[in-house]
Design a protein around this ligand. Sequence first.
Ligand code: ADP
Ligand code: MG
Length: 758
Amino acid sequence: MLEPSTPVQYVKGIGPRIAEILAAKGLATADDLLHYLPFRYEDRVNPRGIAELRAGEMATVIAEVRTSGLFRTRRMPIFQMTAGQGRARLKCIWFNAAYLKDKFQPGQMLALYGRVEENRGELQLVQPQFEILGEAEGDGAEQKAAESLEIGRIVPIYESAGQGKLTSRWFRRTIRTALENLTPELPESIPAAVRKRLDLMPSRQALWKVHWPDEGESFQDLQASRTQAHIRLIFEELFFIELGLELKRREQKAQTGVAFRLNDQVREAIKKILPFHPTGAQKRTLKEIAADMEKPYPMRRLLQGDVGSGKTLVAFEAAIIAIENGYQVALMAPTEILAQQHYFSARQILEPSGYRIVLLTGSLEEDRKREIRRHIAHGNAQLVIGTHALIEQKVEFEKLGLVIVDEQHRFGVLQRFKLMKKSGEANKNGFGETGTLAGQSEGHLGTSALGGQSKGRVGTDIPVRPAERSSATSTEPDVLVMTATPIPRTLALTLYGDLDISVLDEMPPGRTPIVTRRVGDERADEVWQFVRKQVSTGHQAYVVYPVIEENEETEIKAAMKMYSELSKKIFPDLNVAVLHGRMEPDLKEQVMRPFQRGKIQILVSTTVIEVGVDVPNAAVMVVEHAERFGLAQLHQLRGRIGRGAAKSYCILMTSGKVSEEAERRLDAMVRTTDGFQIAELDLEMRGPGEFFGTRQAGMPSFQVANLIRDRDLLELAKKEAAAVLSGPNSEISQTEIDRALRHMRTRWQKTYGLVEVG
Ligand code: ADP
Ligand code: MG
């Protein structure tokens, strides 16, 4: 009998070589293989007669090869085959398909699937997918048995693997055999009450049915992954993810945090700094944050707000609450430029109230860094601003109460969990006890990553309120994560499911919407003239170049070349400067400072300006090679302008032929400036995996679920996970909860290598 945990290598029909191919697909165990679901189905119960086909439909046809051959046209080789059913004929063509030359023999039976098109009054299948079902004559008994998996039923179609080595047909047979040998006792880990409420079928039955649907199954439901069998498997996966996230949330809340006081003195202090009337959204989110901060357990909150929505102000207000309560605050930015900018605005806004602020950047002299660290350790510095990397390196705080992470759109839940794990290890090595922030090298503070580190500091060295002292074995600072990515709700539930979420959904007043235009670079002269006109009215402009990672060197060269052309030939009379990622930090600053002060009119830049730079007087942005940027990135870039009262212009310049997908991105940019709309579209176009820049983003990868398709089930899974953790009660027993948690841990461990959850 086959156990789900058996390595695939020992599944019948698989050896070490094939196991390797499967491993590359992420299929390690029999269970993984069984969850390798068909991406579509073919209805071969009643295969279509050629005579009844209609133009425009997708159809499965079972027919016999009659003739085939390769034709070379001037533009490309075309492979043609004529398939027959009795006297009916159907022409099939494949473009650019010399590889099919010797593929078919007359008399072979084929299953063909593709779009039916009409060409000069004749129907044909264009580029159909096909499967050779066997020879028409001379069938042995064995052949017949094999064929019964291919014809006369609804047939599952799998994505092939190993560059076509493992075909759909191979998966069909191998998975079939695995199902036949599968142990009859698959334990149920989803509590019975939940299964009953949602009417979930047993998991063994669900596995059979997704691979080998019953004849009567709705074909539409099958293609949409909405049969009861699909729902069972998808729900199960989402349920255990949500269970892990929910548990994490609850654990975090069970820890001891600082109960900040929000009295009139603090309120006055906040009022004093406000340079403008906060928007309604800013007020609301601050309220949510403040309510968290007052509670005796650590805050874990995400502040989500489109670029320019005014997150910084909210962050500063939160900082004041902590500082007025006698605690220190760390503000971490993803880049040095941003850290500098935060420092710059912090000094403007907070220093008049007498708060002591330090900036800790890599470009500082060693001596100076040491001095600053000393200030931090002695509690002289109240607000510490720096890059993630810098603050994480062994900075010792006297009394850290709040950590603000300005992460823009970089990190998801997995990264946070991984870092937590890492910091756990670091603690064991003794870092933690010294009260530093050591142990996170990847640039993001996991939520409880900070936990152990402030241990032994908060609550021992410093006088604290008695209530705290008594429980102050380990006090966790509050954590506020800020992100500029408008995240569709389903994604937020998964990526940030361990955090509470506040949304800044209102722009500060007085913004004029940005006008976005798309032009081909043959009109560059006009564009530069327009830029000149705008600059002459006192505004500043960005000219942005894409940097494609593998090729940063050449791209920077291109940017430099353009810079020299712009500065020498096109705008010789203006102040033009250049900024890119490879510049030394102090050189960057030598450019950003004067740009911020309006001394530089045109800033030629790679995408280093993407994150958070705030220069309200910059009202024009020209993006070169706009077709190369992703949608989210274009949106982030555009967020650099439209920050002042002046009308702003974003010009997306393209060069050469633009792909259809790029066309859709550019079109979306021209049509809307709404970050959520853009995010939804981006998610749809790229899928969740790519949405945040692939794996980097710490997006859980799914076996069977698809976040776009399965939004409804995700909400359901979240609800049920919360219900389970609220037990035991009359519905759910402690034993069931324990079993679910055990299963969840195994899953998380296996998929993400995380020991931390739970
Ligand atoms: P982001 O959310 O992208 O970090 P910022 O915090 O940089 O946005 O704010 C964008 C701009 O809006 C800044 O110039 C800031 O001073 C300004 N701003 C923020 N809040 C308000 C407000 N309530 N009224 C007017 N301007 C505001
Ligand atoms: Mg910002």
